[in-house]
Ligand binder design. Sequence first.
Ligand code: 13P
Length: 334
Amino acid sequence: MSIDQLAEIAQAMVAAGKGIIAIDESNSTIKKRFDGVGIDCTEENRRAYREMLLTTPNLGEYISGAILFDETLRQKTKDGVPFTELMMKNGIIPGIKVDKGPQPLAGFPGEVVTEGLDGLRERLKEYAQLGARFAKWRAVINIGEDMPSGTAIEANSHMLARYAALCQEAGIVPMVEPEVIMDGDHDIDTCYEVTEIVLRSLFAALYDQNVMLEGTILKASMVVSGKDCPEQASVDEVAELTVRCLKAAVPANLPGIVFLSGGQSDEAATAHLNAMNNLGPLPWPLSFSYGRAMQTAALKLWSKDLVGNVGVAQQTVFARAKDNGLAALGEWVK
Ligand code: 13P
C-alpha cells in the first residue's frame, strides 16, 4: 500500500466531527468491567456486548473507526455478519489493538514497557486480511518519585516506533499511544513536562525508524493534574496546556491527534476536547478515541438486562458519540 493510501485512511479516521470508539479491552480488562456490573465474562457475553455497541443505529455519523481486540475482529453478529463487514457498511473503519500489554521494566521498579513485537509482522499480515485498516499500540508512562526515567521513555518510544514501521509495511495505519498515566498527586505542570519529553522522544524514534508521519495517528493523553493532586486544573487550563504541549512537540504534518479518556469523567473528557478545539486554528484535527468515556454509561444500562436494554444502551452510546463529535468541532454545548 502506498503512503497516499495510508494517508487517506489516516485522514478518514479524523474526519471533521468524527472520532474513534475504543472497544479493544483485552479479555482480562473487559472481565474487570463486566465484574463491576455483575456480568459473566464469557465469550458470548463479550460478543453480544460488542454487537450492541457496533450496531448502534447511525453510529457512523459521529464515529469514523473502532479499535477491536483480536477476538472481536474474528466475531460476527448473531445473524452471522462479520463485525468488520458490518462496520465497513456503516462507514466505520476497523482497527485492531496489537500490543500485548505492559510488563515490568527490569531494573526500574514501578516502570513498565509494552511487549508484543515478536511475531508482529505475521500478525499484522493476518489482521490486514481480516479487514483491519489501522492498529493501536499503547505505551504506559507512570509519574512518581524519580519517574519516569529516561530509560523507560526511550524503551517505550523505541517499541512504538518499531511497531509503527511494521504497520506501515503491512499497509496498516499505526496509531501510536504513549499514555502518561493520571494516577498520583503531581500537579499539572509536572504532567506537562513529562508529556512534552515523552512526545519529543516518540517523534525522534519515529523519524529514526523511517515512519511516515503522513500515515500515522497520535493517540495522546491530555495534560491534566494528577488524580490525587489537591489542586485540580480547570477545563480551560487543561485545554491550554495540552494544546501548548502538542504544538511544542508534534510535527504539523501528522494527519491528526485523538485523545484517550484515561479515567476522566464522561463530561470532563468532552468538555476538555471542546475547549481545545476552541483554541484554533490548530495544525491538526483534535478528536477522540475514548474507551471508558464512550462506554461506561452504556455498559451499566446493558448489564441490567442483556436483551431488553439494548435500545436504551445504544441511545446512550449514540449520545456520547454525538457529544464528542460536536466537541471535536468545538461546538458542544453542555
Ligand atoms: P480510555 O479512554 O478508557 O482511557 O481507553 C482508551 C484506550 O484505548 C486506552 O488504550
